[in-house]
Design a protein around this ligand. Sequence first.
Ligand code: NAP
Length: 313
Amino acid sequence: MRRVRFHTYGGPEVLRVEESEPPVPGPGDLLVRTAAIGVTLPAVRRVRGDGNGGGDPLPAIPGGEIAGEVVAVGADVHGYAAGDRVTSLTLTGSYTELALAPAFLASRIPDGASAVQAVALVRGGQVALAALDTAAPKGAESVLITGAAGGTGHLAVQLAKLRGVSRVVAAVSSAAKAPFLYGLGADEVVTYDQESWGEPVDIVLDGVGGELLPRALAALAPGGRLIFFNSGGGTVPAYELLAGAKTITGLTMRRFSTVQRELYERHREELWELAGAERLRAAVHTELPLADAAKAHEIIEARTNLGKVVLRP
Ligand SMILES: NC(=O)c1ccc[n+]([C@@H]2O[C@H](COP(=O)([O-])OP(=O)(O)OC[C@H]3O[C@@H](n4cnc5c(N)ncnc54)[C@H](OP(=O)(O)O)[C@@H]3O)[C@@H](O)[C@H]2O)c1
């Protein structure tokens, strides 16, 4: 089988296509023939040695999201068999024709839905719904979303509208993304370099962080709440919290999916229902062959994607 690995940290140029033996599923694992692989900003950062908590041991396979068909199951796996179509996060790298996925992170792809749709919809949609429902369980009037045109952000824009938010502000690095975002229902589009981001908002979903975090906090109205779910780090200006009685809440799907398991599973059903009814669109920016993983990373690094970047083995 073919897979992509990196032997040194760096940019897209360090990704290499290699041949290898297929992995053997251990207890609790599914072995999945991948039909679609999600390309994400965290994966790109990890190739640069900039993952949360330090770099991966080298050499490493990048990526963490797949959809495809189960070809074998390990011991102690119940409820899945060869031939099932699934999508999953993977704990080890996913840029490979045959990937291991822990069965507890997998879910079935409904009949009629494609593997590409599954990787474009499920993880990003779950992050967006978890962030929205953590921020405002009873709804909010106004929400600002940073990184709003990305794989997670463009779903968050639509889901905020579907949750009844009357003013959704989409924040991005380039005005070229505005038509895409208005097309998804955003009420306002702002670019990070604009002096003003408009009237303050109740909620910020911060998918970018880093140098943008103080600006995102400043966009909150007094008493507002920022959900911090990005891999960009950053420093919290504590006085801003004090002066505006503002709150920051961190969110990781690893914790949310265990502590709020019922809600997590309900969110997944809701996503497929909305997508099936064509009320939610998981936009695919581009599909590239696995061997073009470097090109896929170049797109993310250039910050030009409108929706999800997908690799097809
Ligand atoms: N907490 C969790 O459990 C969890 C789970 C999944 C994802 N996430 C986070 O959600 C965020 C979005 O992830 P994603 O996979 O949906 O993103 P994506 O589709 O890969 O898109 C990345 C977008 O992020 C923006 N961005 C900000 N800083 C960037 C940088 N230094 N390099 C490249 N792009 C940058 C870009 O839009 P602009 O240029 O317009 O800003 C870009 O279009 C990431 O921070 C990720 O770590 C968190």
